[in-house]
Each structure stands twice: as structure tokens, then as C-alpha cells.
Design a protein around this ligand. Structure first.
Ligand code: PLP
Length: 484
């Protein structure tokens, strides 16, 4: 029996990984050989015909044809019929090892039966929603406060995006200040104020199509890991309405695509104290995936507010919430103060009995099974195996992980930055296409990843499954141009 409490057995060397990633993006692309890529595309044409028919038809009825963007849709999206544990099956009957894990929430593995049974029970007894209080709201909130060190109270919402909106509103109400500072490249959902500096640091409003300038006027970004830059922003903001909050993904932007040194969160915490800004931890991915105490427990940092998302229900719908300091979070309690005094939040289906029961039992099961740690050990094995393959073929690619969040960077498109805008703008398209190709090639071998570069493991990812996946990665990476 393991004594490990958190999913991370050994924290990565952020400086070393960052240097490797820099080396990757300063080299020319190393895509797959064209004949191998042609074979991969043939797989889709010959073995995924039903998926193609369905998703082609969807283009007539659904904008863009797909409503999820987690796996690349190259050459076309795959329609999934069944998911269980560490596997998924598509409508054509092809079986895949699933390292997407729905984008992270299913630490227990997909479609985990003990949680599913509880969800079915509640649907039988009161349906998915009544609009009135259910005891499971209390049970879930209590359970979260027991595990998450910085959560005194918890308010459930429908998604990570909504929860970020609510937390920012609470922070502004509580501090009376306006500015929100995020890390460039970080993702905190798609609300008007947060579509800023997305994916690539320094890009500001580049993706803010349809969003008025006024909506992002008080949003700022600083370059990943640049604590001095954060300090400068906090100083400057003193004269411009003050900083309400600094929001970070505690393992680094885009789930640690740009890893942070271990001390980073502590340094941000101290700066927030110094400047009277609240610290918001966005634990949409890390909450429960890193362990029962989330990233805040692992790093031993107390954020003022914590954002929860998909993990909080184990992947069942309407997954989100804000936890944190009682005095801050009660700014959005219904019934307090008069009109105009409280921070307004709502959501007809938020905290419905089905989501709460799923959350309660998913967290209880994670606690009982030590799921985060088991998933983390699977992540270690996968990362080590990928590193060995990369070395074997002498590739410039980089594999690294924080517990069960594993990164495999082959094109480094997310690692580009605007310090060198000409290079970035020139390369962004080809680097993105290469990662689409890699994602498609892995899929043609029976492995699904998140956007070709991220892999989530779960409690269901056994050693045998990882070894099987590594054989498939070995095959694909052995076919990179210039190998052999
Ligand atoms: C760190 C982080 N914050 C916020 C969100 C947004 O959550 P949701 O998709 O539930 O709106 C995500 C989604 O992936 C995320 O990874």
C-alpha cells in the first residue's frame, strides 16, 4: 500500500523542462514521414466510415459540426458510442485507449459504475432537478470543505467558466478593486473578461472576437513565471483602481503546459498579501486530480478563492463551483443585503440533485480508492516510457508530467510566445498542423490524446494498458522524419 498522499511522486524540474521546450521550438519541425501519415489517414477513411457520415451530416445542423474541441478533429471528428474505464469505442466499433478522459474529470476512469448507480438512483427518486434544496447539496459542500484546506464554504455552479465569473465578481465586490491579473497563456474558461492572453502569452485580445474592449479593460496578463512582471503590474494598478485578484492555474498555464517552479505559487501568494489582492486558484483540472486536497494541499498554499470544475462531479454535467474564505464567498449569498449589495450569481440547473449526488459519491470513491495517487503513478509510468522512446530515437520532443497530467510536446505550438512575434506568426500554422497530424496518427494506432499533446491517466489506467499504449507511441515516434 502506498504512503503517497498526492498524485505527484516527484515535482518536475520546471527550469529544465522549460529549457527543453525552448530547444524544441527553436528547431525546425520533425513531422511524421509522409507515407506513414498517408497510412494514418487511410485508417480514418476505411475504418471510421460511420463516424464520417454522422459528423458530415452534423455540419448541416451544428455550427462547425462539432460541439467539443478537446481532441483535434483531424481529419474528421470521431463519434464515440461507449466509454468505460481506460477505453472508448467509436460507432464503427474501433477500440481506443483513452488518455483524453473527457478532458480530465474522470480520475476514477470513465463511466465508473459505483457513481453511475448512485446517479441512477437519484434520477429514479426525484429526477435530475426540482428547483428546491436537496440534502446532497449539503453533503457535497461539507465533503469539499473537509478535504480542501482553503475552502470554508462552497457554492456549486454549472461550469468552470461560470465559476471563474462568479469568483471574479466576488473578488471585486469584496475588495472594491477592479483589475484581474492572469498568467499569459492560461485558460480560465470563455467568459468575456477571460478571453485574453489565451494559449500564447502576450496575445491579449487576439482571440477576443465578438467581445467589446470594455469587457477586457480590466484584465491583464503577465508572462509565465515572471514574478517581477507580476509585481510591476500590481504596483502600476495601485493608481488604476487596484487589483481585485490574481488568478492562476497552480501547475502552470494550460494544465502545466508551461510548468511552474515549485515556489511560484508561494511567491504569488505573498505578492497578493502585499498588495491586498485576492489569490484565486483555478483548480478546474487539479482539484481532486492532484489529490484530495487539490493543488492547494500539495503546494500548501491557501488561496482566497478556489475554482472547481469538471472533477467536482467526476464528469457528470453541471460541474463547477467556487470555494473559499467565508467572508469573501458570502458576498454572493442569496438573501444577504439589499438590492445592489450582493454579487449577483444564478443558474437554474446549478447544484441540481443529480450533479450533487455524482460529486459526493465521486469524491467519496476517490477518497476510498486513493484514485488520484494511483492515476498519478500511472502518469509517472507513462511519462517515463515516453521519455525513453524519445531518447531511443534521439528526438527533440519533450515528455513531462505533474502526476496524472502528462504532456508530450512534439511541435511545441503552445510554447510559442510573442517575445518573437515574427517567428511565432510564421510558425503557428505549421506547428498546429503537425500536432493535428500527431493526434490523428496516435488515434489511428488506437490511442486518444487531448489535442495530440496532453494525456490524462485515471485509476483505470493499469500498467498493462500503459505498456500497450507505449508500444503504439513507439511505433508512431519511430516514423518521425529523420529517425533511423
Ligand atoms: C483551468 C481551467 N479553468 C477553467 C476551465 C473552464 O471550465 P468549463 O469548461 O467547465 O467551463 C477549464 C476547462 O478546461 C480549465 O481547464
Amino acid at each position: 500500500m502506498t504512503k503517497q498522499k498526492y498524485a505527484i511522486s516527484e515535482y518536475l524540474d520546471a527550469e529544465k523542462v522549460t529549457a527543453q521546450l525552448k530547444a524544441l521550438t527553436s528547431q525546425p519541425l520533425r513531422p511524421l514521414r509522409r507515407d506513414v501519415m498517408d497510412d494514418a489517414l487511410t485508417y480514418f477513411e476505411t475504418r471510421c466510415a460511420k463516424s464520417k457520415t454522422i459528423t458530415d451530416e452534423a455540419k448541416k445542423y451544428i455550427p462547425g459540426g462539432v460541439q467539443h474541441n478537446l481532441a483535434f478533429n483531424y481529419p474528421f471528428p470521431i463519434a464515440i458510442e461507449k466509454a468505460e474505464g481506460a477505453y472508448m469505442w467509436d460507432v464503427d466499433g474501433n477500440k481506443y485507449i483513452d488518455f483524453l478522459q473527457a478532458g480530465g474529470p474522470t480520475v476514477l476512469g470513465s463511466n465508473y459504475a459505483p457513481v453511475r448507480e448512485k446517479v441512477l438512483e437519484i434520477v429514479h427518486s426525484c429526477g435530475p432537478v426540482t428547483g428546491l434544496f436537496h440534502e446532497y447539496e449539503l453533503k457535497l459542500a461539507k465533503l469539499i470543505t473537509e478535504h480542501m484546506p482553503a475552502v470554508e464554504m462552497f457554492r456549486m455552479l454549472g461550469s468552470g467558466t461560470e465559476s471563474v465569473m462568479a469568483a471574479i465578481r466576488a473578488a471585486r465586490t469584496f475588495t472594491g478593486k477592479k483589475k484581474i491579473i492572469k498568467v499569459g497563456g492560461g485558460y480560465h474558461g470563455w467568459s468575456d473578461q477571460m478571453v485574453y492572453g489565451l494559449h500564447i502569452p502576450g496575445t491579449g485580445r487576439m482571440e477576443a472576437t465578438g467581445i467589446p474592449r470594455s469587457a477586457t479593460r480590466h484584465t491583464q496578463e503577465f508572462f509565465p513565471n515572471n514574478i517581477a512582471a507580476l509585481r510591476r503590474k500590481l504596483i502600476a494598478n495601485r493608481l488604476r483602481g487596484g487589483t481585485a485578484a490574481v488568478i492562476v492555474e497552480p501547475v502552470g498555464p494550460e494544465s502545466g503546459t508551461r510548468p511552474v517552479p515549485f515556489e511560484f505559487n508561494k511567491q504569488v501568494r505573498e505578492l497578493c498579501y502585499e498588495f491586498g489582492a485576492l489569490l484565486i486558484f483555478d483548480e478546474v483540472v487539479t482539484g481532486f486530480r492532484l489529490g484530495m486536497g487539490g493543488a492547494q494541499g500539495y503546494f500548501d498554499i491557501k488561496p482566497d478563492l478556489t475554482i472547481f470544475g469538471k472533477c467536482v462531479t467526476g464528469g457528470y454535467p453541471m460541474a463547477g463551483g467556487v470555494g473559499g474564505r467565508r467572508d469573501v464567498i458570502t458576498t454572493f449569498a442569496p438573501g444577504i443585503g439589499g438590492t445592489g449589495e450582493r454579487a449577483y450569481i444564478g443558474g437554474t440547473l446549478s447544484a441540481n440533485p443529480m450533479s450533487c449526488v455524482a460529486g459526493y459519491h465521486a469524491i467519496k470513491e476517490m477518497e476510498r480508492t486513493n484514485a488520484a495517487v494511483i492515476a498519478g503513478q500511472a502518469g509517472d509510468r507513462l511519462r517515463a516510457g515516453l521519455q525513453a522512446i524519445i531518447s531511443k530515437y534521439d528526438l527533440p520532443f519533450v515528455a513531462y508530467s505533474t502526476g496524472s497530467i502528462v504532456h508530450l510536446e512534439t511541435s511545441g505550438v503552445m510554447l510559442l510566445d510573442l517575445k518573437n512575434p515574427l517567428k511565432t506568426l510564421k510558425e503557428i500554422k505549421s506547428r498546429k498542423h503537425m500536432i493535428e497530424e500527431m493526434g490523428a496518427a496516435y488515434m489511428s494506432q488506437g490511442v486518444i490524446t487531448l489535442a495530440g499533446s496532453r494525456l490524462y491517466t485515471s485509476m483505470a489506467t493499469t500498467d498493462a494498458i500503459i505498456d500497450e499504449a507505449l508500444e503504439k507511441f513507439d511505433y508512431v515516434l519511430s516514423k518521425v522524419e529523420g529517425v533511423g
